[in-house]
Design a protein around this ligand. Structure first.
Ligand SMILES: NC(=O)c1ccc[n+]([C@@H]2O[C@H](COP(=O)([O-])OP(=O)(O)OC[C@H]3O[C@@H](n4cnc5c(N)ncnc54)[C@H](O)[C@@H]3O)[C@@H](O)[C@H]2O)c1
Length: 398
């Protein structure tokens, strides 16, 4: 196996793939389309971050490529449909930075509740304002979490451990952890929480779900955090409620439009407001999260290469099966049409090949069949399966 890892992916990924017998080429920067096409000959595993686009044209010419690892959260830079249609598995790291986001939220909740940013600004200006006015403990305060997914639920547990009371509102049916209280509506959460924090996902219908009406419903003197997506919140409304004092403070990490690169000016209506913490989309940016992304995605690539496991693949059906000793494994990615399983098993039966283990899963137009067979089989079996009209890709692990 040869792996090409672009964009300085974490050293843990390199180490892990090398330990599994992979020959790894490391490149610090992103590749453009032409460079990528040229570099992928003889490469089975490709690792990228957010700046390398894997287009349909790249995939059309990458006949050796088995899998792509996005060493980040998003996969917009990859043409997932084209990858699926060519039987190329794509993996990412959807959970690796969730703890980092939770810890930043906790830090900000305490900082805002103690008005630390104001005290810090005053001190740097030479002002010694030793007073308890407006500073509170978070113990006993009610945190309202909107979006109780990977991040929201972890935050719930840590906040309770710090003595907070927790409410949450989620559009999906979620299990309440610890003593967290589920709210029947967003309004109920807004009217009863001292601190409101958004952790919803980026589905298009979440655009502008939090504006004038929602801020007005929050309790006077409450705090607001958004570490989810920028387009969810109306920043003009937030500014007005901070200026009026109705919202006592806010922490915002994500913005409707963000500067393209380091050094570009950050333009926002929220600049210059008191007790408002602004951070440049760094909720998930820690060295620990980067290391976790490195080992998480590299493990997924290695397990796919060596065992055919597609657990948590972004585009292929999820299949993982412990392999029986004394078998060969046939990995068959195919177009999902009726009769594929029967046809494969017909070929095996006609040739007297014993099936020791088998698992099929489908996802949209793609099917993935994993079959462990006894060692006594002829090349004809593999040839016939490969020549089936539905076959996209066939691999045998011996
Ligand atoms: N600031 C950062 O650097 C950073 C880092 C990682 C993730 N994020 C963002 O944090 C958010 C949460 O991430 P996650 O991993 O917990 O996602 P997740 O998919 O696990 O959870 C999202 C939850 O929000 C719920 N939801 C969606 N729309 C809702 C709505 N309108 N009202 C109430 N609930 C709603 C979903 O049902 C789900 O339970 C995502 O938007 C993600 O992009 C930001």
């Amino acid at each position: 196996m040869r792996a090409l890892l672009l964009e300085s992916v974490h050293p843990d990924a390199v180490e892990l793939l090398r330990a599994r017998g992979c020959e790894v080429q490391l490149v610090e920067r992103a590749y453009d389309e032409a460079e990528l096409i040229a570099a992928l000959t003889g490469v089975q595993l490709l690792g990228i971050r957010s700046k390398t686009d894997v287009t349909a044209a790249v995939l059309a010419q990458a006949s050796d490529l088995l899998a792509i690892g996005a060493f980040c959260i998003g996969t917009n830079q990859i043409d997932l449909a084209a990858a699926g249609a060519r039987g190329v598995a794509v993996f990412n790291a959807p959970f690796s930075n969730t703890r980092s986001v939770v810890e930043l939220a906790i830090a900000e909740i305490i900082a805002l509740t103690r008005r630390l940013t104001q005290k810090n600004t005053d001190m740097h200006a030479g002002v010694w304002d030793k007073s308890a006015a407006g500073a509170h403990e978070i113990r006993g305060r009610r945190l309202g979490i909107v979006g109780y997914g990977n991040i929201g639920a972890q935050l719930s547990v840590l906040a309770e451990a710090l003595g907070m009371a927790v409410s949450f509102y989620d559009t999906a049916d979620k299990l309440a952890l610890g003593n967290a209280r589920r709210c029947g509506s967003l309004d109920e959460l807004l009217e009863t929480s001292d601190i409101v924090t958004l952790h919803v996902d980026g589905r298009p219908s979440n655009k502008d779900i939090f504006g004038e009406e929602q801020f007005a419903r929050m309790r006077p003197g409450s705090l607001f955090l958004n570490l989810s997506r920028g387009f969810v919140v109306d920043h003009h409304a937030l500014r007005q409620h901070i200026e009026s004092g109705h919202v006592a403070g806010a922490a915002v990490d994500v913005f409707p439009t963000e500067p393209k690169g380091r050094g570009d000016e950050f333009v926002s209506e929220l600049r210059g407001l008191p007790n408002v913490i602004l951070t440049p989309h760094i909720g998930g940016s820690t060295e620990e999260a980067q290391a976790d992304i490195g080992s998480f995605v590299a493990t997924k690539l290695a397990l796919y290469a060596q065992e055919g496991a597609t657990t948590l693949s972004v585009n292929l059906p999820p299949v993982a099966l412990p392999q029986q000793p004394g078998t060969h494994r046939v990995l068959h990615i195919h177009r999902n049409t009726p009769g594929v399983l029967a046809a494969v098993n017909g070929i095996l039966a006609d040739h007297g090949v014993n099936i020791e283990g088998q698992l099929l899963a489908t996802r949209g137009e793609i099917g993935y069949l994993l079959t462990d067979i006894g060692l006594d089989y002829s090349d004809d079996v593999v040839k016939m399966m490969r020549e089936m009209s539905q076959t996209i890709r066939l691999r045998v692990l011996s």
